[in-house]
Design a binder for this molecule. Sequence first.
Ligand code: CTP
Length: 403
Amino acid sequence: MLQGKKILIGITGSISAYKIPLLVRLLVKEGAEVRIIMTRMAREFVTPLTLSTLSGNPVYTDFFDKDDGSWHSHVDLGNWADLYLIAPVSATTMGKMVNGIADNLLVATYLAAKCPVYFAPAMDVDMFHHNSTQSNIKTLVDYGNQQIEPEVGELASGLVGAGRLQEPESILQVIKSHFEKKKAFDGVKVLITAGPTFEAIDPVRFIGNFSSGKMGYALAHAFAEEGALVDLISGPVSVEVEHPGIKLTSIVSAAEMKNAVDTKVNDADIIIMAAAVADYTPEQPSTNKIKKKDNELVVKLKPTADILKSVGKTKSNQQILVGFALETNNELENAKNKLRTKNLDLIVLNSLNEKGAGFGFDTNKVTFIDATGNVTSFDLKSKTAVARDILNKIESLRKNKND
Ligand code: CTP
């Protein structure tokens, strides 16, 4: 079942660490390859010898091996794993994960890992319910990690409540269903536009905007993770594509973006226009660099083609078309108008009035408006988490279309 799957387990200091050797045994029996990182504190609760014997691999705690001077690379371990399970995870380690405090191998590997991360908190009931712990758990989930919630029961302290690490058999089930899960967008073709466009004034100057491309790239990664074949058409940005399921086409101007969309749009099942496309472009860009003069400079602009609107006109009944709206006033009303005039299935409204949301930030606060008039507002969250919300919404729109 888990044949050949590479599972990395991070163990922190908690009484419940005693359950991990049993979990390692179950995983190995299922055919998984298991490697283990322990914090110093974890070694007080369960021995590395037990774990290395059961996993058949050395157990890591430090960046260096004092005996032979070898270096344990957190990057290599993070790249090796198909899944990183941090269990039990203490309140301290969650605090470090949230704040990027990589002062041990376990947390450094968490920051370097490209695979899905599951974390299973285990601690006393009052610690678990403390606002700090709950807020750290929420942040970790917002960052895209999956929580294996603790059970309610009798705790080592004698108190009764939530905080018990799930039994090894239950954790095994979570890991098995992770690998069994059919991906929601397997083979579905998704076309995404992202980033700004730059409109040339002369060979060295342009009119652009502050779009970072982060939202569009987060969407591309979310869909690729769920098995989609993603065509990403992007303006000039500094974010990078990190998934083999994403095919990147780089463009500069609105006209180039339109050409790229036109050649790919008929083939797409889902089209998401997250780009901040220039609405105007210089009517006649100068072929030579414009020289400085004493009088004012007037650059005459002409409108660009509205790519989203033209796709809305020609889209088929089966295609799902999603647009973004960035508004500063009459937000909901303007977004609803765009949804209607551009013939969209869904519009994602960003507000520039929200602190921490919009251009350049890693977070966003959005409202969804769909073609049936449903309006859903979300809290401020990471663009990765917003991308997942958009993906889930599109999944339900697709179900409704196919029913
Ligand atoms: N868009 C597009 N082509 C353009 C302009 C915008 O495809 N030439 C798309 C954007 O990718 C976004 C949506 O249209 O999904 C909304 O963009 P926005 O600039 O908010 O709206 P506009 O229709 O341009 O209206 P305005 O700027 O007046 O608000």
